[in-house]
Design a protein around this ligand. Structure first.
Ligand code: AMP
Ligand code: MG
Length: 487
C-alpha cells in the first residue's frame, strides 16, 4: 500500500503538534479493510499481502513520507475546562490529497502513548474500535458528515480495561482533525498570533474562499456554526446520540468526530442518554442543539482575539452569530423534518406538526427509525406496519390525519412521495441489541456477526428480504442500554 503524503500541517504549523512514535504491535492482523474508501481516496494498493496492510495500519511499519505527529488541543469536558488534552491515543500518519483534490488526514487511533497521554496507555480495545468503524460507516452511508474508517487491525496485544481485551488500531480518515478544542488550546496558552495562524490554516484547508471575506475569522465562525447546526439536525434525524459532545470532540469541519459512547435510540424519548459517564444527561438526545450552541459560544470566545485583530467592531458580529444559533438550527431542523415527513412545500403549520409528532412518539414509545418508514408504507396503502408500532392501532390517528391533510395540500403523488421519504429515512441502523453481541463475538475471534451488521448498515435505505430482524428495536423489557468511552 502506497500513500503519497502531502503533509501541510507538519510543514506549516510547527509548534501546534508534537512528534510521536507508534508502539510496535506484537502480532498485527487485519480485521477489516474499507475497499470503497480506498478507491475514494485514490490510494495505490498493490499486490501486497494483508500482512503488510496490517503492519502499516497498526504502526508496525512506517510508510514512506509519514509525518507522525500528535495534535495539541484542549477542551471543555462536561462543561469544565481541561487546559491540556491533545492526541493521547491517536497519531497522524500523514495527509493525502484524493484525485478530486480533497485533502484528508490519515490517523491511527490506539497506536500507543504520545506526549499527551497523561498516564493513559494510548491503546484501544477491539470492541470500541469495531464499534467506531461500524457506526462511522453507517453514518456515512446515511449521508451524515463524519470521519471515516479505513481499516481495523488487531495488534495481538492485551489492553487492560474492566478486564483484559484484545487490542486493535483503527485507521481514521478525516477532512481534518482541527477541533474547537484546538482553537481553545492556542487561545488559552499562546494568544492572538497563534489563533490567527490556526484560523488562517483552517480557512486555507477547508474554505479557501473565505480568505477574501472582509474578516475571514468572522466568516469562518459563521461557516462553522452553520455546519454544526446542519450536523446536529442530521444526527437527530437518525436518532443518533453522540454521548460526549465536549469541545475537544467537535471538528470544525462539521464532521462527526470521536465515536465513543455514542448510540442510536430505538423507542423515542427526548431525554435518552446511553453513556455511563453522563448520569445527569448533559448530552441526552434532546439537549444536543443546546449543547452545540454552548460549544459554538466557546469557539467564538477562542476566535475573538483573531476577529478583533482584523476589526474590533466585528466582535459584535460574532456575538450576533452566536445569539442567532437557535433560529438557525431550527431552520435546518425544519427542512430536514419536512423531508422525513414527505412534506414538499413549506406549510404554515409544519412546525406545530413536527413538534406535536415528537410528543406523540414519546407518549407511545414508538420506534423512531421504523416510524418514518411506516408512514411511507401508509402512503402506499399499507397501514399494517404503523399499527404494529403503536400500542393500539389508532393511537396516533389524530396526528396522522393532520399529516395527511398537509400531504394532500401540495399535490405530489403518494408513491413519488413515499419513495422520496424512503430515500432519506433509513430502514436499518446499527441497533444496540445487535451491535453488542457482534462486538463480543468479534473479541472472541468470530467476525461473522459484525461483518453481517456492517453490510446491512452500509445500505441503510434499501429494504432487503431476510434482514427483518435488523429493522426491529430491542426487547421492550431489556435493561437500559449503557455505553462506555472505553477505547
Ligand atoms: P475522548 O474521551 O476520546 O474525547 O478523550 C479525551 C482525552 O483523553 C483525549 O485527549 C484522548 O486522547 C485522551 N485519552 C482517552 N483515552 C486514552 C488512553 N487510553 N490513553 C491515552 N489517552 C487517552
Ligand atoms: Mg476525544
Amino acid at each position: 500500500m502506497r500513500f503519497t503524503f502531502d503533509n501541510s500541517f507538519k510543514a506549516s504549523m510547527e509548534g501546534f503538534y508534537t512528534p510521536a512514535e507508534p508502539a510496535k504491535p506484537s502480532a498485527p492482523a487485519l480485521l477489516v479493510f474499507n475497499h470503497p474508501l480506498i478507491k475514494r481516496l485514490g490510494l495505490a494498493v498493490g499486490k501486497e499481502k494483508n500482512d503488510q496492510f496490517a503492519r502499516i495500519l497498526s504502526g508496525g511499519e512506517l510508510p514512506e513520507g509519514a509525518s507522525l505527529l500528535a495534535f495539541a488541543y484542549t477542551g471543555h469536558q462536561f462543561g469544565h475546562f481541561s487546559p491540556q488534552l491533545g492526541d493521547g491515543r491517536a497519531l497522524l500518519l500523514g495527509e493525502i490529497v484524493a484525485p478530486d483534490g480533497a485533502r484528508f488526514d490519515i490517523q491511527l487511533k490506539g497506536s500507543g502513548p504520545t506526549p499527551f497521554s497523561r498516564g493513559g496507555d494510548g491503546k484501544a480495545a477491539m470492541g470500541p474500535v469495531l464499534r467506531e468503524y461500524l457506526v462511522s460507516e453507517a453514518m456515512a452511508a446515511m449521508g451524515v458528515p463524519t470521519t471515516r474508517s479505513l481499516a481495523a487491525v488487531a495488534t495481538g496485544d492485551v489492553v487492560q480495561r474492566d478486564r483484559g481485551h484484545p487490542g486493535a488500531v483503527l485507521t481514521r480518515v478525516a477532512s481534518s482533525h482541527i477541533r474547537v478544542g484546538s482553537f481553545q488550546f492556542f487561545a488559552a496558552h499562546f494568544g492572538v498570533d497563534h489563533v490567527v495562524k490556526l484560523s488562517d490554516y483552517t480557512i486555507w484547508r477547508h474554505w479557501p474562499e473565505l480568505a477574501e471575506a472582509p474578516n475571514p475569522h468572522l466568516a469562518m465562525l459563521d461557516r462553522v456554526i452553520d455546519l454544526q447546526c446542519a450536523l446536529i439536525a442530521q444526527w437527530m434525524g437518525v436518532g443518533f446520540i453522540h454521548g460526549v459532545m465536549n469541545t475537544d470532540n467537535v471538528a470544525v469541519s462539521g464532521e462527526t468526530l470521536d465515536y465513543g459512547p455514542c448510540a442510536f435510540m430505538d423507542r423515542f424519548a427526548a431525554n435518552t442518554v446511553f453513556s455511563s459517564i453522563d448520569p445527569h444527561g448533559r448530552y441526552a438526545y434532546g439537549r444536543q442543539p443546546q449543547i452545540m450552541h454552548w460549544n459554538m459560544a466557546r469557539f467564538a470566545e477562542a476566535l475573538l482575539p483573531a476577529i478583533h485583530s482584523v476589526s474590533p467592531g466585528d466582535v459584535e458580529g460574532a456575538k450576533a452569530l452566536v445569539d442567532a444559533i437557535p433560529g438557525r438550527f431550527r431552520a435546518h431542523w425544519d427542512r430536514l423534518m419536512r423531508a422525513k415527513l414527505g412534506l414538499a412545500a413549506r406549510g404554515a403549520h409544519d412546525r406545530a406538526l413536527v413538534d406535536d409528532l415528537f410528543a406523540e412518539l414519546e407518549t407511545h414509545s414508538v420506534d423512531f427509525t421504523s416510524f418514518f418508514r411506516a408512514l411511507a408504507m401508509l402512503l402506499r396503502g399499507d397501514g399494517a406496519r404503523l399499527a404494529q408500532l403503536l400500542p393500539t392501532p389508532d393511537a396516533m390517528a389524530p396526528w396522522v390525519a393532520r399529516w395527511w391533510e398537509h400531504i394532500e395540500s401540495d399535490g405530489v403523488s403518494p408513491l413519488v412521495r413515499a419513495d422520496a421519504m424512503d430515500a432519506v429515512n433509513p430502514l436499518y441502523i446499527p441497533r444496540n441489541h445487535i451491535i453488542e453481541p457482534a462486538l463480543e463475538a468479534a473479541e472472541a475471534g468470530d467476525m461473522g456477526p459484525w461483518q453481517a451488521l456492517l453490510e446491512v448498515a452500509q445500505q441503510p435505505f434499501v429494504a432487503r428480504p431476510g434482514l427483518e430482524r435488523f429493522a426491529e428495536p430491542g426487547p421492550i423489557d431489556a435493561a437500559p442500554y449503557r455505553t462506555f468511552c472505553g477505547t
